[in-house]
Write a protein that binds this ligand. Structure first.
Ligand code: 3AM
Length: 198
C-alpha cells in the first residue's frame, strides 16, 4: 500500500535573507520565460540526498543514522555562500536551471557524504552520480522552446546572493501534487555546537 510509504529527501535550507535576495533576482526572469517550470521560492533548498519512497517505519532508522553520523563526524555550523547560475546537463540543452555555491564547497560535500552513509545504513540505495550542490530554480519542459535570451541574461547578471550559517539539515517530505511538489519538514537535525576540546 502506497500510504505506508513516504517520499522524502535530506536537504540544506537557505538562510532567509539569501532566499529573499535570490527570489527577487529570479522574479525578474519569470515573466520573460513562463514556459519554464519555476520553483516557488519557499521551496528553494540544496538537496543532499533524495531517498525516494521509503516505509514510514524506516524513517526513525534514517533519523537515528543521521544524528549518529553528524555527531560521529563532528559536523559543526559552517558558512555557505550562494552564487552563480548553471544548468544540468549544460546550457546547450538545459533540463534544470540552478543557483550554485560560491567558493569552496568542501564543508557541504562533507555533510553530504555523512548523509549518504547514513541513508545507506538505513537501507536506502546509494547515489551513483557525483554530488553537485545546487538550488533548483526552474525545470525546462521537454517541449518548451529554449528561452536563449533569458538564459544568457541570467548567466550574465548572476552574482552572489550572500552567505548564511548552515547549522542543521532537514529531512523533508515531498508530495507530488498536480499543482507541483509540496515539501513539509519531517525533522530538523541540528548540528552540535559543543566546543572542540583542544
Ligand atoms: O533539489 P532538486 O530540485 O535538484 O529533482 C528532485 C529534487 O532535486 C530530486 O530530489 C529533489 C527533491 O525532490 N529527485 C526527484 N526524484 C529523484 C530521483 N529519482 C531525484 N533525485 C534523484 N533521483
Amino acid at each position: 500500500m502506497t500510504d505506508d510509504l513516504v517520499r522524502c529527501f535530506v536537504c540544506v535550507e537557505l538562510g532567509q535573507p539569501v532566499r529573499e535576495r535570490l527570489s527577487r533576482w529570479v522574479a525578474r526572469f519569470r515573466p520573460m520565460a513562463p514556459e519554464l517550470r519555476w520553483v516557488r521560492d519557499d521551496a528553494y533548498h540544496i538537496t543532499l540526498k533524495f531517498c525516494g519512497e521509503i516505509p514510514y517505519t524506516h524513517l526513525y532508522k534514517l533519523e537515528n543514522a543521521l544524528e549518529h553520523g553528524l555527531s560521529l563526524k563532528r559536523i559543526r555550523a559552517f558558512p555557505l555562500e550562494l552564487a552563480g547560475v548553471g544548468a544540468f546537463p549544460g546550457f546547450r540543452q538545459p533540463r534544470v536551471l540552478w543557483a550554485g555555491i560560491g567558493g569552496e564547497d568542501y564543508q557541504v560535500q562533507r555533510v553530504a557524504s555523512v548523509v549518504e552513509s547514513a541513508a545507506v545504513a538505513a537501507g536506502i540505495e546509494r547515489e551513483k552520480r557525483p554530488f553537485h550542490p545546487h538550488v533548483t530554480l526552474a525545470r525546462v519542459p521537454p517541449t518548451a522552446e529554449l528561452p536563449v535570451g533569458v538564459l544568457r541574461e541570467m548567466n550574465n547578471s548572476s552574482g552572489s546572493w550572500g552567505e548564511w550559517s548552515v547549522s542543521s539539515i532537514t529531512l523533508m517530505r515531498s508530495e507530488l501534487l498536480p499543482e507541483g511538489p509540496r515539501y513539509t519538514p519531517i525533522s530538523i537535525l541540528e548540528f552540535s555546537n559543543d566546543l572542540e576540546v583542544q
